[in-house]
Design a protein around this ligand. Sequence first.
Ligand code: 5AD
Ligand code: SF4
Length: 434
Amino acid sequence: MKFHLQTWGCQMNDHDGERLSGLLIKEGFTPADSAEEADLVLLNTCSIREKAVHKVYSELGRLRQEKNRRDLIIGVTGCLAQQEQAALFKRAPQIDFVLGTMAIKQLPRLVEEARAGKKRVIDTGEYPDNHLFPPEVARRRSTAKALVTIIEGCNHACTYCIVPTTRGVERNRPWQDILAEVRGLVDQGYHEVELLGQNVNSFHGGCSFAELLERVSEVEGLEWLRFTTSHPMNFTRELAEVLVSNPKIAPFLHLPVQSGSNQVLRRMLREYTVEDYLERLGYLGDGRARIALSTDFIVGFPGETDADFDATLALLETVRYDSSFSFIYSPRPGTAALRLKDDIPSSVKTERLQRLQKRQSELAKASNLRALGTTVKARVESPGPTEAGYWMARTGDWKVVHLHVGLGRSLPFGELVDVTITEAGPHFLGAEIA
Ligand code: 5AD
Ligand code: SF4
């Protein structure tokens, strides 16, 4: 039996995909590169925005035709599965089973029932030990960095966000388990680990998140430690101090702000003002200059005026982020923001997004230009991505490096190399081996 897994969404979902693959392999399945070669297709979905959901339904449409031609088991898991639950069977009757995000260890049972011919198999229960997944089972994709989930769920209640519904309340792994997993990964040859949580810095599995970072950073052989994604209100002085002072922690901070307007932040229930947010960035002190900053923005939130949007642009100038992700507000089922009138014309939303992204590109290029001529360490990720003779690597501050090495030369996958930056675009650095 062959399975094909397709994952959308964030890194936590990616890592769930690695866990789900591991479970299927343990049951004797072998991975297939495409749905066409598989007996079982598992869609590990995201529902953060409407667009992500469309992608899933369009893939389900394609799979329905495949299933008309031959035997095929179709399973749906991830955030859309948790959000829609049994309603998915009505919308897409070709689905054989639905597995919730807090029940992933139930996968083998669901597959077995579906294979035995049972219809509409479903488990979207909230298993209290879901986050205690045995690390050795996960089948990690061969990437230079290993993903390690440390906390699942989210206790905040941002009015636009589906995640508290799809991932439940916070559940922490004990710090000892995390440390053991990282030790095991380093023994397997990983030099870089990323700690994950929908709200990673609210970790409290027997110690604070800052203490966890210190403990994990002491693992011998670990070179860089990263973490994502952080809520500003859980960004403590203690955490800022560890980030700026511990050389094992990669100099990068993703701290989503969402908007530069206090009125919008209040309606989003973000629990901070712009001033609070800036105060927290201030915790980085002089270390700030060394740390690349990244953020998320939502534009076109209900009631966002021109003045509110100008405040977001002003914040961009104040902070001068090295990179950012920005999205048009997407109304999500069951969220509190549905009660607010989605009153901004779509042309205005698109125009705001373009203005924000254009200015961010300029800031990102300015940030990259500062690296020109310097020699830094970068981790080798893959050949390519576009032309032969180039390799892709990442710096500690998470910049993409296109490394010119010449035709026929191969670089050590996953290792750090010294590179000299020779070119700076908005989205990548050009470099030569130093
Ligand atoms: N609409 C648009 N963007 C959203 N995000 C979360 N929910 C929504 C939504 N309903 C964005 C936020 C978050 C990122 C992961 O996705 O910016 O930080
Ligand atoms: Fe998508 Fe959020 Fe779920 Fe991740 S947690 S898969 S981003 S909806």
